[in-house]
Design a protein around this ligand. Structure first.
Ligand code: M6R
Length: 603
């Protein structure tokens, strides 16, 4: 995770650019923040565990043309001032920011420790000292940098500046994203294109093993062959399409998540961007496949479970869904297989690893991402954009609903191609999703006051269960994840039938049990689960369109009776609102839950 940014500008407003870039990258981590600029031939570093606004007040009046910045999600070393980036060498002449993990840092640190003074507990700091060591041995900045990079194992996106070469930023990339941009304003690097929106008119992505030399008005890219050999290569241009639809970013002041939930009706409308025939090549790819492996993490994994349900029920294609980090241990891949990678950010490291693994074995890759030109988009044979618009809150909300919409459209298309459904069904499904957008808006308006009250009661609880079955098991899992990450209350989602196999042991008077159910599926199982819980005096809260289920609940949130397959797009909304208002009721910031980041770019 972590976000990095760097610039060489024509004017001396590098600090303003870096601060703006960091605000846009904050979704990648916010444990600490820092920047380094060159002023009067000195490297100045300002960093802390503060907010970007607090950092901004400390660098007010700094005039620099060159600088680098970093917003951190801690991997090695707790969040603290000394562990914040940029890191420097012993003389404070080299400053460096890094996203990724240096796996062999302990060995390097041991070797350098007798001559170098380490100030932090991070893996990153060794890189600054390595470059220093190589400069002391007579190398220039570029040579010392490439020689040092060649020694690193692990993943990295790095940007570095050096006091004695004040018009240069050196960058290196392996497995962590890094893009370069140029315009008449200057030369730039960043973790993602959004950070450069409005600043550049040409964008390049660095490939693994590449090193970029940024100078005023130009960029050179080299491929690292070994310690001593670098070959100049043509930089890989990427489209500025990444900026399309990216409205001005909201600040994460605690309202982004709520706004994003409220945007669900609009986002759902925008998920209907594909005409049926545009899905032809992807549907054919799936039909030709042996097995279909869906890989994703977190909320996208829950969307992947629903994707499996759709594909299995509508097409009977052989589909399995994996948590991406488990994929290589469990999956059996054949070159006839297809992987569907689902990721809001398109940058999740575990998903990227799974894709690379499957590609090596000859599988085709279809991705569903929200961010065009992201790494996952670029690695895929086919991409479906979920088109939810920028999602800034760390909790995935509208992107989840749009993932479901795209999955349903695709599964319907495949079932038509296979002859299981008539072609008019496609329009019926599109109309159900449109209807669902309208109903979502009513759900948000109607139930917000009730959920605000409910959240107050939930905020004093220590533990909550979310139960579902069939199509609504993922609703239960996702409801639990939302509550856990936003309110820090222990929450567990599981199949309703499992209570009696263990979890019910915790249930006592007042224990909150959240039910997600649709009248068209598993009614008896849900009803008996509710009875089991009621017999132990649990407090039952139901999101359902089944009158009988609702009548058994202490708090009921009635849902519309619509096409069963679109119900997960609506039934999740009360749980998202509950998580948001519980967080607010505990005085937390729902946009930036502790220990988390929006984009998880480390394995
Ligand atoms: O960007 P991705 O969809 O690949 O992210 C996957 C997870 O990191 C993400 O869904 C995470 O679980 C969210 N914080 C959930 O709200």
């Amino acid at each position: 995770m972590c976000g990095i940014v760097g610039c060489i500008l024509n004017k001396d407003n590098a600090v303003q650019f870096i601060l703006e870039g960091l605000r846009r990258l904050e979704y990648r981590g916010y444990d600490s923040v820092g920047l380094a600029v060159i002023i009067d031939n000195n490297v100045l570093v300002v960093k802390d565990t503060c907010s970007i606004e607090q950092l901004s007040s400390r660098v007010d009046g700094f005039k620099a043309v060159v600088g680098i910045g970093h917003t951190r999600w801690a991997t090695h070393g707790r969040p603290s001032r000394k562990n914040a980036h940029p890191h420097v060498d012993c003389k404070g002449e080299i400053a460096l920011v890094h996203n990724g993990i240096i796996e062999n840092f302990e060995g390097i640190r041991k070797q350098l420790a007798f001559r170098h003074n380490f100030l932090s507990e991070t893996d990153t700091e060794v890189i600054a000292h390595l470059i220093e060591e190589n400069i002391e041995r007579g190398g220039n900045f570029f040579k010392s940098f490439t020689y040092s990079i060649a020694l690193l194992e692990g993943s990295y996106a790095i940007a570095s500046i050096y006091r004695l070469e004040p018009d240069t930023i050196l960058c290196a990339k392996k497995e962590s994203p890094l893009i370069i941009g140029i315009s008449d304003k200057g030369t730039f690097c960043a973790s993602d294109p959004l950070a450069l929106k409005g600043f550049v008119n040409e964008l390049y992505s660095l490939r693994d093993g590449e090193i970029a030399v940024l100078k005023p008005g130009k960029v050179e890219v080299y491929r690292l062959v070994n310690r001593n050999v670098v070959l100049r290569v043509k930089p890989k241009k990427i489209s500025l399409v990444s900026f399309l639809g990216q409205e001005d970013l909201k600040r994460s002041d605690g309202t982004a998540t709520l706004e994003e939930i409220r945007e669900i009706p609009y986002a759902l409308q925008k998920s209907l961007i594909y005409r049926e025939e545009e899905l032809d090549p992807i549907a054919s790819c799936l039909i030709r496949s042996g097995r279909i492996h869906i890989v994703a993490c977190g909320t996208s994994y829950h969307a992947g479970l629903i994707g499996k349900y759709y594909l299995t029920k509508l097409t009977s294609l052989n589909t399995i869904t994996y948590v991406a980090s488990e994929f290589t241990y469990w999956a059996n891949i054949d070159k006839k297989d297809t992987v569907i990678a689902i990721s809001q950010s398109g940058e999740t490291a575990d998903v990227i690893s799974a894709i690379k693994y499957a590609k090596k074995l000859g599988a085709k890759i279809i991705s569903m991402v929200n961010v065009p030109s992201s790494t996952i988009d670029r690695l895929s044979d086919y991409t479906l954009y979920i088109n939810a618009g920028p999602e800034i809150g760390v909790a995935a909300t509208k992107s989840y609903v749009n993932q479901l919409s795209i999955e349903l459209q695709l599964a319907t298309k495949v079932s038509i191609e296979l002859g299981y459904e008539d072609s008019y069904i496609y329009n019926e499904v599109v109309n159900s999703i449109r209807e669902c957008a309208k109903l979502s808006s009513e759900i948000i308006a109607k139930y917000t006051p009730l959920i605000v009250k409910l959240a107050k009661s939930i905020s004093s609880k220590n533990s909550v269960y979310f139960l579902g079955t069939g199509l609504h098991l993922p609703t239960a899992l996702e409801g639990a994840l939302k509550l856990k990450e936003l309110s820090y209350i222990h929450a567990e989602g599981y199949p309703a039938g499992e209570s009696k196999h263990g979890p019910i042991a915790l249930v006592e008077k007042g224990f909150p049990v959240m039910i997600s159910s649709s009248y068209l599926e598993a009614r008896d199982r849900i009803l008996s689960s509710i009875e089991e819980m009621r017999a132990r005096d649990a407090w039952i809260i139901a999101v359902s369109n089944d009158d009988k289920v609702l009548s058994k609940a202490d708090v009921n949130i009635p849902m519309p009776k619509s096409n069963h397959l679109v119900t997960p797009m609506m039934f999740i909304i009360p749980w998202q609102l509950l998580a948001y208002f519980t967080s607010k009721s505990k005085g937390l910031n729902p946009d930036k839950p502790r220990n988390l980041a929006k984009s998880v770019t480390v394995k």
